[in-house]
Design a protein around this ligand. Sequence first.
Ligand code: HEC
Length: 119
Amino acid sequence: MSSRHWMFAAVFGTGLLLVANHSAAEPKQALLAFADPVESKDDDRHKWNGLPPGSGREDVFYTCQTCHSLQIVKQQGLGRSSWDETLTWMVEEQGLKEPDTQVRERILDYLAEHFGLGR
Ligand code: HEC
């Protein structure tokens, strides 16, 4: 289990405990524990393992974490051509199945925009 999953388990577990403790006396407040605005804003990213919304997000999500964590992708800040080289490297040396041209373009656009230089 990745550390993110543990974190989610911890947060979720705490939420359940809050509900369990409060449900008798203050049911409304207990529900509000789940409606923490900071949390719900992060829900979307959490679902996509921290990938910000945008065209290509799904492609990266499903293509790039079959072998390793998305963390290794997200921590990079590369120009489009360097991302292009990275993908070629993944295909030629690491066993990534060459994505369709369209998918590859979407992945490169997405990575260059969200995990590009100077972010
Ligand atoms: C078939 C398995 C596989 C898939 C799928 C895969 N990778 Fe990798 N990737 C690897 C391996 C193995 C390494 C570690 C290579 C090494 O450090 O020698 C790696 C390392 C990386 C690194 C780190 C490079 C560095 O400088 O340390 C990046 C960035 C990366 N992958 C991006 C991607 C992206 C983006 C995708 C999706 C398009 C992807 N990978 C899909 C196997 C894969």
